[in-house]
Every structure is written in structure tokens, then in C-alpha cells.
Design a protein around this ligand. Structure first.
Ligand code: SAH
Ligand code: SF4
Ligand code: F3S
Length: 440
């Protein structure tokens, strides 16, 4: 390996992004230096996602591209495609020497030793684990906002989803370890913390303290120096009233909840095995709407799940009217290996899925235009994330997770990382524009 250098590319959710931060920290602690291009690296790592078929297909074409510029390089595939395809990756891409899923990252050090010793078939594929990947070396990408994993894996079995197969069983970290990490981050100047897990609200402290998710967020939010705490993703079944109460009690817990519904039809939800009905879901939305603060609510929706009728789809559209989401991610159902939905009949044709997706997105766009316009004139505190030189604007994020770009009289000021009040002056479907104000 030439001078112990590595290059890493990451796809997928925030869990993957944060896993890569931990992998990078672990490699650096072992004397590897990160480089910006695969050409310059001795070790080329690819952290993959397999949530939809497109994401998976990309992996193999990218691996072929990597191969073209590397004779004596070592290639590794990490993440969800690695776990899903396992040793088959060695057959399909023989230049690959390491295949490891996230449940094996606690053993990353050992795997590196094997690679360094010249082993060209190194694997980390066991899902049989209670371990979480806690590393003191995590190299953070952002100097103000930090991710903390609180729970790994997933014990649910949604009929469309690969995650239980790619990330293993649910494992919560001890509250002590989460609090130590959060406190350490606050001392180093981080002000925003984002708690991560595929299903954060099923967090259950394995230590005798036994905190639940509501208890954990309340305590993380009380750490001196922490100004914002976010969390993602919540599963509606495990989203309890005590979480809303904890949020109401401390505005450090941001004004935003991402609560993926997937479908507005109880029939579809049942065949997805989501463990809640439309009515159960709407009860949770009601808790948020009648809370002391106004919360932004966002969601994920799948269109074209097997058996979804026009009527079912209309129930989803109707749910959008009822909830008035601030934003949503929408996807066409993609059949995935190992999942229960794979053998379900009544597949929806691709053109029909596409038609439904467009209708859904247009409806949501109109809702967002209206909702964002209602914010004109309001003053919101933003965390400044950077500057857009071309537009002459600073990039800010509100507690309710909106992008609010703004002008500031002192264009030479160093504002990144600061919290500033901004008045909203214009709105679009996906962001807001404003000007910084001095609050007296
Ligand atoms: N744990 C989260 C979801 C994580 S995956 C939850 O339970 O809500 C992120 C999103 O990808 C899901 O919410 C779902 O909308 C989408 N998704 C997952 N599997 C999919 C599939 N097979 N086809 C299309 N979209 C999918
Ligand atoms: Fe997938 Fe369901 Fe687990 Fe979310 S809760 S990760 S959708 S199986
Ligand atoms: Fe993708 Fe794995 Fe995340 S499948 S969405 S990277 S958990």
C-alpha cells in the first residue's frame, strides 16, 4: 500500500455518512492519510447504499470505474450493498479485497491488519452482534454540527425494506457513552447535535439507568453549550407523547419532527407491516399540532407498493392535505432482495408509479409554496452554515430545518457557525430568503 493513503466515497443515509466519519477516524488513527482522489490513494473505500435498486446498480458501475485507474491499489466495499451481496462481490468485481457491512466495523482494525498482510479476500459480514461502533477517533466533517449514533440496526420488518438485513439487529448504545460523546463535543465547541438511528425512538438504554428516547433527548439537550438537538429517523409506532412533552419543555430540541408515514392507506400500511394505521399516525400528528410550540413535520412516502390501488393512492394525497407537511421525500417502490414484498402479487407498472410520484410531488410543491409564504415577515434564528458567494448570501438553517439564506450588512464578517436572527423576506417551494436583523 503506497504510503498508507486512502480515499473514501459515501452514498446513502446520514447513518452511512456518519459511519464514514468513524471509518476515516479509525484509519487516521492507524497512520493512514486521506486523499481527495482515488488515483492518489493506496486504499480505495466505497461506502454503499442498497435502499433502492438504482443505488445498488450504481455501486458496480462505480467499482468498474475505480478499477480502470488502479493496478496496485486495494479496493474495499463497505456498507449496505457489502452486507447484502457479501462474497458475491469478489466474483463480480475481482479487484475488490475487502467486503464489510456496518455491523462489522468494530472489527475494522483487525480487517486492516489482514489487508496490510496481503490478504485479498477479507470479509466482515456477521450480523450476529450486540456491538455498536463507538470510536473515539471519529473525524467530523462539520465543525459546528455533529452526528451521534444512539442506536444501530433495526428489528422491524417492513415488507419493502433491506435495512434489517443490511444493518443487523437493533442495538442501543449506553446512555453513559452517548452522554460522554455529547459532552465532549460541546466542550470542543460543537453546538448542534443530531442523534442518529434507523429508528431512534425505540432507543432503550441497555445500562441500569434504563432511559428511554424521551429521557435521552431531554438530557442531551440540557448539556451546557448545546444549542440545538435534532434526531432522525422516528418510526411512528414508537413515537410516544412523552417525546413531544420533552420537546415542548426545552426549545434546544429543534422545532422539527421527521415522521415517515409511507402511505395514507391503512390497507397498504398493513401489507407493508408498518405496525400502525392511518388513524394511529394522525393521532401522533395531533400531538404535534396541539403542542406548545409549532413543529415542522416532514415525512417519507412510497408510491406504487404492490396492491396500491388508485383509491389507496388518493388516501395518501388526502393525507398530504390533512397534515400539511413542511417537506417530504417520495419514492417509487423498488423491489429489494430478501424482503417480504418481493413475492407479493399485484405489482404496479413502472409508468403508473411514475405518474403517481409526479402527482404527489406536484401536490406537495403547492403545499410548500403556501406554507413557506406564510413565513414572510417572521424572524427566525438561524445557524449559519456557510456563504454562497455567487448570490452574495449567507446560508442559514432554522430550528424547523428550513434553509434560510440571508444578506448581512457586513459582507466580510466571519459568520459561519454563529446563531443570528433573520427576517424572512421571500419564499420559494424549498427555501426562504431574508436579511439579518438586530433584535433589541
Ligand atoms: N427507518 C426509517 C426508514 C429508512 S429508509 C423508517 O422506518 O421510516 C428511508 C426511506 O426510504 C423510507 O422511509 C422509505 O420511504 C424509503 N424506502 C425504503 N425502502 C424502499 C423501497 N424498497 N422502495 C422505495 N423506497 C424505499
Ligand atoms: Fe426499514 Fe422499517 Fe426498519 Fe425503517 S423501520 S429501517 S423502513 S424495516
Ligand atoms: Fe441505504 Fe443502508 Fe442507509 S441501505 S439508506 S445506507 S441504512
Amino acid at each position: 500500500m503506497s504510503g498508507k493513503t486512502f480515499y473514501i466515497e459515501t452514498f446513502g443515509c446520514q447513518m452511512n455518512v456518519h459511519d464514514s466519519e468513524k471509518v476515516i477516524g479509525t484509519l487516521q488513527a492507524r497512520g493512514y492519510r486521506q486523499v481527495e482522489t482515488p488515483e492518489d490513494a493506496g486504499l480505495v473505500l466505497y461506502n454503499t447504499c442498497s435502499i433502492r435498486d438504482k443505488a445498488e446498480q450504481k455501486v458496480f458501475s462505480r467499482l468498474q470505474q475505480f478499477k480502470r485507474n488502479g493496478r496496485d491499489k486495494v479496493f474495499g466495499v463497505l456498507g449496505c450493498v457489502a452486507q447484502q451481496e457479501g462474497e458475491k462481490i469478489f466474483d463480480r468485481a475481482p479487484h475488490v479485497s475487502l467486503v464489510a457491512g456496518s455491523a462489522s466495523y468494530p472489527r475494522l482494525g483487525e480487517m486492516l491488519v489482514q489487508l496490510e498482510a496481503g490478504n485479498r479476500r477479507v470479509t466482515g459480514l456477521s450480523l450476529d452482534t450486540n456491538e455498536t461502533f463507538d470510536t473515539p477517533f471519529t473525524r467530523r466533517d462539520n465543525p459546528h454540527r455533529a452526528y451521534i449514533t444512539i442506536i444501530e440496526g433495526c428489528d422491524k420488518s417492513c415488507a419493502y425494506c433491506v435495512v434489517p438485513f443490511t444493518r443487523g439487529p437493533e442495538r442501543s448504545r449506553t446512555s453513559e457513552s452517548v452522554m460522554a460523546e455529547a459532552t465532549g463535543l460541546a466542550k470542543r465547541g460543537f453546538t448542534e447535535i443530531q442523534l442518529l438511528g434507523q429508528n431512534v425512538n425505540s432507543y432503550r438504554d441497555p445500562s441500569p439507568a434504563g432511559w428511554d428516547f424521551a429521557g435521552l433527548i431531554a438530557r442531551v439537550a440540557a448539556i451546557p453549550g448545546i444549542r440545538r438537538v435534532r434526531y432522525t429517523t422516528s418510526h411512528p409506532r414508537d413515537f410516544s407523547k412523552s417525546i413531544v412533552d420533552a420537546m415542548d419543555a426545552n426549545p434546544v430540541l429543534c422545532d422539527h419532527v421527521h415522521l415517515p408515514v409511507q402511505s395514507g392507506s391503512s390497507k397498504v400500511l398493513r401489507s407493508m407491516d408498518r405496525l400502525y394505521t392511518r388513524e394511529d399516525y394522525l393521532r401522533r400528528i395531533e400531538w404535534l399540532k396541539t403542542a406548545r410550540r409549532r413543529y415542522s413535520i416532514t415525512t417519507d412516502i412510497i408510491v406504487g407498493f404492490p396492491g396500491e390501488t388508485e383509491r389507496d393512492f388518493e388516501e395518501t394525497l388526502d393525507l398530504l392535505d390533512e397534515v400539511q407537511y413542511d417537506s417530504l421525500f417520495s419514492f417509487k417502490y423498488s423491489p429489494r432482495p430478501n424482503t417480504a414484498a418481493l413475492s407479493m402479487g399485484d405489482r404496479i407498472p413502472e409508468e403508473e408509479k411514475q405518474r403517481r410520484l409526479v402527482i404527489l410531488q406536484e401536490k406537495q410543491r403547492a403545499i410548500q409554496i403556501r406554507r413557506n409564504a406564510q413565513m414572510i415577515g417572521a424572524i427566525r434564528e438561524v445557524l449559519v452554515e456557510g456563504r454562497n458567494q455567487a448570490l452574495g448570501q449567507w446560508i442559514g438553517r432554522t430550528s424547523c430545518n428550513r434553509t434560510l439564506n440571508f444578506t448581512h450588512p457586513d459582507s466580510g464578517a466571519a459568520l459561519t457557525g454563529r446563531y443570528l436572527p433573520v427576517r424572512v423576506t421571500r419564499s420559494g417551494p424549498n427555501s426562504l430568503v431574508g436579511e439579518s436583523v438586530t433584535v433589541v
